[in-house]
Design a protein around this ligand. Structure first.
Ligand code: MG
Length: 373
């Protein structure tokens, strides 16, 4: 088994699973969590769910699956340098987006609006719901029965009201404690990955241009470095040489700053970490540069009229599906009908949240198209 620092999560003392099981054989408890996530149905759905571009818009844009793999690559590299538990880091990473609706944030906002009178919808809570309740693979329990540390890492944020309802896994939101360093790391690796791959996807789509991006300091600096090494470079290769340098800078910065924070606070155990401030962090200078890049992406990519047009359509698709199913729950597949008898709006939200982009569009056509589908 890999040796980790004393401040890392300790697989040999992994927090209990809700349902008692025999100890994992030939792999650590966190490896077992990771393996269960990879074999889940929700994980395979990530292939056809998107963040910015809807699945049918092009084959080369990131999907939630490739995004999750990129985050796993980044978070594991850093975990190794910080002597954290790589398996736990990977498990949290691969599960972090499982609760996302189709159509990215537009889908989440639309489903949340539909669910307003019934307790709301939040993708982060939904990821936990997928691994705790919705996966149906085991004889003895619903969900994947993951360890405490993986579940805690999935639950990135949580309101006080929800925290009281969720119990131990959300206790830190009431006690104002921090999660494991592995969870903190996944959180920032997620941001690091999407900022960079959205630059790449944004350029590929033609919605943003290289000229626009050179107004963003962090991009300009790294493009200059790329051109210093390869003065003749242009086009896609220049994009890649720039983006890979940005990723390297961010990874090194995050590693360096986090190590300095760990040294300064000197946590002696994973429990100590929970009482300290967040230790995994970018340096203030890089943090500022990341905010500039994020602002650029928000204005020029996420709010681009072509993205807004698709988001608007996505909102209508989700709202139409929700309202039709709420009015006529007999349109739900049988297993969801059974659940709808207990809590109709929540069962519908679970059904819709589980849809891939293309499934949601197909279901919408089945319910609303006048021509035969
Ligand atoms: Mg993510």
């Amino acid at each position: 088994m890999l040796k980790v620092a004393r401040y890392a999560a300790q697989a040999t003392h992994a927090g209990a699973r809700v349902h008692r099981e025999a100890p994992a054989q030939g792999r650590s408890e966190y490896q077992r969590d990771r393996d269960r996530i990879i074999h889940s149905t929700a994980f395979r759905r990530l292939e056809y769910k998107t963040q910015v571009f809807v699945n049918h818009e092009g084959d080369l844009f990131r999907t939630r699956l490739t995004h999750s793999l990129e985050v796993a690559q980044i978070s594991r590299s850093i975990a190794r340098q910080l002597h954290l538990d790589e398996d736990l880091t990977e498990a949290i990473t691969l599960a972090h987006d499982l609760g996302h609706t189709p159509f990215g944030h537009a889908g989440q906002d639309a489903l949340n609006a539909c669910m307003k009178p019934y307790g709301g919808f939040e993708h982060n809570l939904q990821s936990l719901r997928v691994v705790d309740h919705l996966e149906q693979r085991y004889g003895g329990f619903d969900g994947l029965n993951l360890t405490f540390e993986t579940r805690e890492g999935i639950l990135k944020h949580c309101s006080r009201k929800n925290a009281l309802r969720l119990g131990a896994v959300a206790e830190r939101f009431i006690k104002r404690r921090r999660p494991s360093l592995e969870a903190q790391l996944v959180n920032l690796s997620d941001e690091l990955a999407y900022n960079n791959h959205d630059v790449d996807d944004g350029l590929r789509s033609g919605l943003v241009t290289m000229e626009q991006l050179t107004t963003v300091p962090i991009f300009r600096q790294h493009q200059t470095l790329a051109l210093k090494d390869f003065p003749e470079l242009n086009g896609r290769r220049l994009v890649h040489e720039t983006v890979r340098r940005m990723i390297s800078t961010l990874v090194s910065d995050l590693t360096r700053q986090s190590l300095a924070n760990i040294r300064m606070h000197a946590p002696q155990s994973a429990d100590d970490v929970r009482r300290l401030p967040l230790l995994i962090a970018f340096s203030p200078r890089i943090e500022k540069q990341q905010i500039e890049l994020k602002q650029f992406l928000r204005i020029n990519l996420y709010q681009h009229y072509r993205v807004a047009r698709m988001s608007s359509k996505a909102r209508r698709i989700i709202a139409d599906l929700f309202n039709a199913l709420l009015a006529e729950p007999k349109l739900l597949p049988p297993d969801f009908q059974a659940r709808a008898r207990e809590d109709k709006p929540r069962a519908i939200a679970d059904y819709i949240a589980g849809m891939t982009d293309r499934y949601a569009m197909l279901e919408h056509r089945r319910l609303f198209a006048v021509e035969p589908v």
